[in-house]
Write a new protein. Structure first.
Lengths: 150, 311
């Protein structure tokens, strides 16, 4: 019998197919666990038929799939599964929004969004595959997005 | 067809379609006799322009002020941020909120890229970007296009060389993009360390223009219609050694121009240091002082359009 590395959850959200190694950044983007008192389990480098992946399980909390879309920046293949009574009640594949606010720091050190002005970083999504984003303020296009998560 | 620009911010040339750019340039032509003082109409009477210059400027600030005055408007502002509350730690956002309540239109120059876009977020009145760091300078771009249009009668099909600091130069980034809207033949000439950034070249290609890149000016100049020279900007270099290696690599003088076509025009956003020999100034090639004057009719057109006080 196949051994389960993480126990199934009764109710909550499972984020599956996260790019291997990025689970902690995904939690950071979603503000978990600081924004939540739910039990959170993380599995990293899990073998799957598509290679290694990370998985995050948040118990007793249904994340809004559209709120979770922003993780598509670093985990474009992730799926959001809403679990109710051990069953997958809803399944949603992340879809990058047209604008990403307050998640990525601009790679330009002299961009006004990196100063002490009362604004959040803001990026326009130019292309979704491969992901290409442009700073709303200085128009710089960062290449190493995963390294620039705030 | 009449276009409505009232209340619009002028932050990046990329915010405008070719149609809109053409409209502004055509309107700029109408402003020429008013810019020269041959005609007068106070269409901006009662309007106040704030000029917030957090970085040094001669032409941009003076031509904005001249443009406003020539149309009967008034100007408030500063050219030395050391004499403002910024010195006490005030944020740009707060300074903008103040200027917004004191005036009908704001022109801002700031050392940080994206500052004008931020200003536009905090101001209800229109904001004109007068240069943000190494970023954008759309009014310069428009006056450059205006100069080519008025001298060559059209922008399309000209062979244009952009020369010098193509890496840090804000005017050449905007200009390369804008010229690509017009199907020109673009050549970028620079030292190897100051090449045009990849994203600018990609943008030109996306618009259907395949720029030629070279470090040899002598070869490129032979059949050029426009030579756009830029200063190697010491203030943009992260280290002095890199600057010293490239300063003075290109020099435009009458010897070099012997190889050029008779109707070549030499442009420069100014200030120049050593890149154009003063001996060129009195030749028919030299367009840079007229180009600087063209800042007045173009900025008159913009001020008039965004405040709704049209001719």
């Amino acid at each position: 019998m196949k051994e389960l590395k993480i126990q199934p959850i009764k109710n909550g959200t499972v984020i599956d197919h996260i790019t291997a190694g990025n689970a902690v950044k995904v939690l950071h983007i979603l503000g978990i666990p600081t924004s939540s008192s739910s039990t959170v389990s993380v599995a990293m480098n899990v073998n799957s038929k598509y290679g290694k992946k990370d998985i995050v399980k948040v118990e007793n909390r249904e994340l809004d799939p559209y709120e979770v879309d922003k993780i598509a920046l670093i985990a474009p293949k992730a799926t959001i599964n809403i679990i109710r009574d051990y069953e997958v009640a809803e399944k949603h594949r992340v879809k990058l929004p047209d604008e990403v606010i307050g998640i990525v720091r601009c790679s330009n050190p002299t961009c006004v969004s990196n100063s002490r002005e009362p604004v959040k970083s803001r990026f326009i999504v130019l292309k979704k595959d491969p992901i290409q984003i442009k700073c709303y303020y200085c128009e710089r296009e960062p290449e190493d997005i995963a390294e620039r998560i705030i | 067809m009449r276009m409505n620009f009232k209340g619009k911010d002028i932050i990046s040339i990329k915010d405008f379609s070719k149609k809109e750019i053409n409209y502004i340039l055509t309107y700029g032509k109408k402003m020429l006799p008013y810019a020269k003082g041959e005609k007068y109409k106070d269409i901006l009477k009662g309007k106040v322009l704030s000029t917030l210059f957090f970085e040094p400027s001669t032409r941009t600030r003076l031509s904005f002020e001249s443009a406003m005055n020539r149309l009967g408007g008034r100007v408030i502002g500063f050219a030395d941020p050391g004499a403002t509350s910024q010195k006490k730690g005030e944020s740009l956002a707060d300074t903008i909120r103040m200027a917004d309540s004191y005036s009908d239109v704001i022109a801002i120059r700031h050392p940080q890229e994206g500052a004008a876009r931020l200003a536009a977020e905090f101001a209800d009145v229109p904001v004109l970007n007068a240069g943000d760091g190494a970023g954008r300078h759309p009014t310069q771009c428009l006056l450059d296009l205006f100069t080519i249009l008025t001298e060559k009668k059209k922008i399309e099909k000209n062979k244009v060389i952009l020369l010098g600091d193509l890496k840090y130069g804000r005017t050449v980034h905007s200009l390369a993009y804008a010229l690509s809207l017009y199907d020109v033949d673009l050549t970028f000439v620079s030292p190897g360390t100051l090449k045009m950034p990849r994203e600018v070249i990609d943008e030109c290609k996306r618009l259907g223009v395949e720029p030629t890149q070279t470090s040899s000016l002598e070869k490129a100049i032979k059949d050029a219609d426009v030579l756009y020279v830029t200063r190697i900007q010491k203030e943009r270099f992260p280290d002095a050694e890199e600057y010293n290696r490239v300063v003075g690599v290109y020099k435009i003088d009458n010897d070099l121009l012997k190889n050029a076509r008779e109707d070549l025009i030499v442009m420069h956003p100014l200030p120049r240091v050593t890149e154009i020999d003063p001996g060129v100034d009195k030749t028919p090639y030299a367009l840079y002082f007229k180009q600087a004057f063209n800042g007045v009719p173009v900025r008159m057109a913009l001020l008039s359009l965004v405040t709704g006080g049209e001719l």
